[in-house]
Write a protein that binds this ligand. Structure first.
Ligand code: ZN
Ligand code: ZN
Length: 403
């Protein structure tokens, strides 16, 4: 998933407590805090200064009091998928592979505090072993911006990606971060207008929570530093451990020019990033004519379970096939329409959810709608899936020539 303006309808409809950088000042106990208020350093503080210190104390409680950002689901022995809960700034899922003495995590969300919260959750729910490797499946901001938290955790760490992904991160990461920040003022305006018009207290609270999350992201990302891959490879990179092997593989162009999957043959499980997931595909940086072929190649690997970049764990390959067929069918329709001189608006009128065989197959349209509703912020009825298909039409139209 990536840009905002086009994707807002997907993602714009639910919680971040950014964990401030560890700071001795914030780690005082409540009692110490009040002692410092009543005597000593803060004796002459103004009302405003006292308010600031109270806020600092509240922030100190965040790591324990903040809402959980992930639900960790066991996929196989030593393999877990951290499913990202809905947030105003979307977080990727993470796959977690537990090795004999360390851990491999696949993808790092949209902000360091989200990765820090996952690191704490892994320790609490899975294993005391340290995270030794982070794989970035592709360059999108919602999969890489948390790398910093792993670097800050203090142990030895390598970031692994394909060569194209390292290049794309180095060329575009700063610009894409800025694009995510640039969207925030108008998103907040929209939410304020919505809250102002609403008579429902719940809807107002929803809007306020979204605004709070966006402001927290804005503030956290002021101190963001990009961690680039320390290991970049062409076709494949192997992590061989007593527990299992992890094959990190590039199979061709798909969602981006550099997508990789992390395949564990012993556990018949794979992590796929955004090449294969439970939402509509995001094709703005994609290769619509090549993508299905790349998925076919990945499907040849011996796996059943998929930890995808977004949405629920897949127990079998059937949703992979649904997504593949949707991309292929949509691309064929857009291509033949474009050749016949049809405009994007024409295509959006004729290529409907109801007209797409792939959408009607195996309840795929409902599956995608339900996932997008559950894993992105929503209040009120779900947005029509056609909105997302219309966005895909634009993306395919613009990227037909990319091979
Ligand atoms: Zn994504
Ligand atoms: Zn992506």
């Amino acid at each position: 998933m990536e840009t905002k303006a086009e994707r807002r309808f997907l993602y714009m409809r639910n919680h971040v407590h950014p964990q401030s950088h560890p700071h001795h000042h914030y780690s005082q106990s409540r009692r110490d805090f009040f002692r410092s208020l009543t005597g000593g350093a803060l004796a002459g503080a103004s009302i405003l200064e006292l308010a600031w210190h109270r806020a600092a104390w509240a922030r100190a409680l965040v790591p324990t009091a903040g809402p959980q950002l992930f639900d960790i689901e066991k996929v196989a022995e030593g393999v877990y998928c951290a499913l990202a809960r809905a947030q105003a700034e979307i977080n990727s899922n993470a796959a977690i592979f537990v090795n004999s003495s360390d851990v491999v995590v696949v993808d790092a969300h949209s902000k360091p505090s989200a990765a820090a919260s996952l690191i704490a959750q892994i320790k609490k729910e899975i294993t005391p072993h340290p995270v030794r490797y982070v794989v970035n499946t592709h360059f999108h901001w919602d999969h890489i911006q948390g790398n910093q938290a792993y670097a800050a955790a203090g142990g030895k760490i390598d970031f692994i990606a394909s060569e194209p992904t390292r290049q794309l991160m180095s060329d575009l990461a700063q610009q894409r971060l800025q694009a995510s920040l640039d969207e925030i003022p108008k998103q907040i305006d929209t939410l304020r207008v919505r809250a102002g018009k609403s008579t429902s207290a719940d809807e107002k609270a929803f809007c306020e929570e979204q605004i709070r999350q966006m402001l927290a992201y804005q503030s956290e990302m002021k101190t963001f530093t990009l961690e680039l891959p320390t290991i970049a490879f062409g076709k494949s990179h192997l992590i061989k451990d007593e527990a299992h092997e992890l094959h990190i593989e590039f199979h061709g162009h798909a969602h981006t020019a550099g997508d990789v999957v992390v395949f564990c043959p012993q556990k018949r499980a794979v992590a796929t990033g955004d090449m294969i997931h439970g939402f509509l595909p995001f094709i703005r940086d994609g290769f619509p004519k090549t993508w299905p072929k790349t998925m076919d190649s990945v499907a040849q690997l011996g796996f059943d379970k998929i930890c995808p970049g977004h949405g629920p764990v897949h127990q079998t390959q059937e949703r992979l096939i649904n997504m593949r067929n949707y991309i292929e069918e949509l691309t064929e329709k857009v291509e033949s329409g474009k050749k016949a001189g049809q405009s994007i608006a024409d295509l959006q009128r004729t290529i409907t959810v109801a007209s797409l065989k792939s959408m009607q197959s195996n309840g795929y349209s409902k599956y995608v709608s339900d996932n997008q509703f559950k894993y992105t912020p929503n209040f009120g009825p779900a947005a029509p899936l056609q909105n997302g298909v219309n966005t895909n039409i634009v993306e395919v139209f613009n990227n037909l020539e990319k091979m």
